[in-house]
Write a protein that binds this ligand. Structure first.
Ligand code: ATP
Ligand code: MG
Length: 602
């Protein structure tokens, strides 16, 4: 199927979009306007102030800031004033512990209110906040804390005993461990937060942080290799606020749900900072993905803006269209997706069954914020990542024979996705890897490491990571194109495509697919998927081999790990697996011959 651009009609009852007309906004943009969205604190900028205290000062202290939904149906509400006060107590505790501006606190928590209190408290006190994913095992936790030189750890008593206690003494930089949920049994050498926090004042003089002071340390997802520590500064808040305003269309008091875990950059930039800065009411769900639960939350909480990821969308599709039709999702105004390529099929599905298309957008840990987006008032091209935000100069580039960057101006021709540096949330370093950081910049362009192309309307289309590109018989094949064609088959819900060496073609395309609920793997089905791929892609691009695997290897943030599919396929070292979803390890083995279909050579 060729996908048709989804033309937007704005419902009269909807709030008018923050950004009125893309092209005009792009032309009219000035950083002064974006800077004016934030207030600044004394002579500098402080993210915690912009996210919370500012709203209280402006008379919105009683507005609900966060609604926490517990696993067993509990519902806890925190107003902006309460968040201000709890974060002040936390900041006072940090001062008391003699933690200083620039020191690092790592958090290893579930989506509890303590974590949200801590992040704002850290930012207000100038302490650098580094989220770690709670499902990490001891080794990835230790290595990240070591790289960062963590002074403090925030975690629950349960996670501490299970994952930290046995090696805590090995980490010399670590001064204090702050625990919540101790239930009166705080392990020795730790601070019982539930006990001590209330003793601190809920007034706090916010630390005067400069725009360029480090605020956050984020580790990348580890999709292409060992995760990198990415450094961000307080000035980033300008972009957090601005991009939430224009790319996610967040209005004050919107009910906003970002499903990303706060262990990753999306869960912080757009799960905490951006929506709070834009004075939304955040939904935070502490349970794991479950289609019934998710649709219920959308309905009961009357969510207006929903920011999620392709893997979750595909799981919802997998659970069937009938399910979503049982819910009233009429409060939804804007649906967005990030993290992985969003197959056009998913956009069309959401338009049909949720009544609105998912708006794909693109960014990375390094960019700190959304760079390319499909916008609310603009037409959506299913399968495209959209266009650069006003203020962002994006281009497709290649290197000439002298090694200089040249811009690709022919629509449809792919190259590396690059940006003119200078937007406020751009990373400032890879921790302890300055050379690597510098190598990302060439001829005044930031090179993203992703391949894409731009069409004649200025929309960008993802091709693949440069490390995932397949070179077959003189063709350069991006895995995304092949994967998208495969998921158009009615039985296929997810696909991961890699190149494997071939003496004749250089590389040949091999695909791994997982099936929708109700489909049984068998040879006839594989043949039909193969026939579909050949018809859609032609023989040059179609996979030579297709394997059915019900669980593709993914990072804990839900990205398909093509490098792992490839390493297993070729018997190579599997590399850093710290971010691999753990239950995946046992559930698939490479080359399940039962469900493998190989095309005979012509
Ligand atoms: P690592 O850098 O450790 O390999 P990672 O790149 O997956 O991990 P992140 O910074 O979390 O870590 O992810 C950013 C990457 O995710 C982008 O560079 C891109 O490859 C992919 N991505 C994000 N959004 C999109 C999108 N809308 N379409 C296609 N790819 C996307
Ligand atoms: Mg990356």
């Amino acid at each position: 199927m060729d996908y048709v651009t989804i033309e937007k009609k704005i419902n009269r009852q909807d709030k008018p979009p923050n950004m009125q007309g893309y092209l005009q906004s792009y032309d009219d943009f000035s950083w002064q306007q974006a800077n004016a969205l934030i207030k600044g604190y004394k002579n500098g900028i402080n993210i915690g102030y912009e996210a919370v205290d500012r709203h209280v000062e402006e008379g919105h202290g009683e507005q609900t800031a966060i609604i926490f939904l517990g696993k067993k149906g509990q519902r806890q509400i925190l107003s902006y004033r309460q968040l201000q006060q709890s974060s002040n107590r936390f900041a006072n505790l940090l001062n008391h512990l003699q933690v200083e501006k620039g020191h690092l606190l790592c958090s290893l928590t579930d989506r509890s209110s303590t974590m949200y209190t801590a992040i704002i408290g850290c930012l207000k006190s100038g302490v650098v906040f580094c989220p770690l994913f709670a499902a990490f095992g001891p080794e990835p936790i230790k290595s990240r804390m070591k790289i960062g030189g963590a002074r403090l750890l925030l975690t629950s008593a349960r996670l501490y005993c299970k994952k930290i206690a046995s090696w805590r003494d090995e980490l010399q930089s670590l001064q204090q461990v702050l625990l919540y949920d101790c239930q009166g049994q705080c392990p020795e050498g730790c601070v019982d937060l539930d006990l001590v926090l209330s003793q601190y004042s809920d007034d706090y003089p916010i630390c005067e942080t400069a725009a360029q002071d480090t605020a956050l340390l984020h580790f990348t997802s580890g999709t292409t290799g060992k995760p990198k520590g990415v450094v961000h500064v307080h000035e980033a808040v300008i972009y957090h606020k601005y991009s939430g305003y224009c790319a996610l269309d967040i209005h004050p008091q919107d009910i906003y749900w970002c499903t990303a875990d706060p262990g990753w950059v999306t869960g912080i930039s757009y799960g905490v900072i951006s929506p709070l800065c834009n004075r939304a009411t955040l939904i935070v769900d502490n349970a794991e993905f479950d289609p019934i639960r998710w649709y219920s939350i959308l309905q009961i909480e009357k969510v207006n803006i929903w920011y999620t990821a392709p893997t979750a969308i595909r799981m919802l599709m997998k659970s069937g269209s009938e399910l979503c039709q049982q819910y009233d999702l009429s409060a939804l105004r804007f649906l967005a997706s990030v993290g992985e390529p969003l197959n056009p099929e998913a956009v069309v599905w959401s338009q049909e069954f949720l009544g609105k298309p998912f708006h794909d957008n693109w960014w990375q840990t390094e960019t700190g914020g959304i760079m390319l987006a499909n916008f609310i008032g603009e037409n959506v091209k299913p399968g495209s990542m959209g266009r650069p935000l006003p203020g962002i100069q994006a281009s497709i580039v290649k290197t000439d024979k002298q090694g200089h960057i040249i811009k690709v101006i022919t629509p449809g021709e792919s190259g590396e996705l690059a940006f003119k540096p200078g937007w406020p949330s751009m990373f400032r370093n890879y921790l302890n890897e300055t050379e690597r950081y510098q190598s990302c910049f060439k001829d005044d362009w930031y090179l993203s490491g992703d391949l894409a192309y731009q069409d004649e309307d200025g929309y960008f289309w993802f091709v693949g990571r440069s490390s995932d590109l397949i070179k077959s018989a003189g063709h350069l094949i991006g895995p995304f194109e092949v994967e998208s064609a495969l998921v158009e088959h009615p039985a296929v819900v997810e696909a991961g495509v890699i190149g494997i060496p071939d003496p004749v073609s250089g590389e040949i395309v091999k695909a791994f697919v997982s099936l929708k609920f109700g489909y049984e793997p068998n040879e006839a089905l594989l043949k039909s998927i193969m026939a579909h791929a050949r018809k859609k892609l032609g023989s040059a691009l179609a996979p030579r081999t297709i394997v059915i695997k019900q669980n593709l290897p993914k990072t804990r943030s839900g990205k398909i790990m093509r490098r792992l599919l490839k390493a297993r396929e070729l018997g190579l070292s599997e590399g850093d697996l710290s971010t691999l979803e753990s239950d995946e390890n046992d559930s698939i083995k490479p080359n399940n011959e039962d469900y493998l279909y190989e095309e005979k050579k012509p």
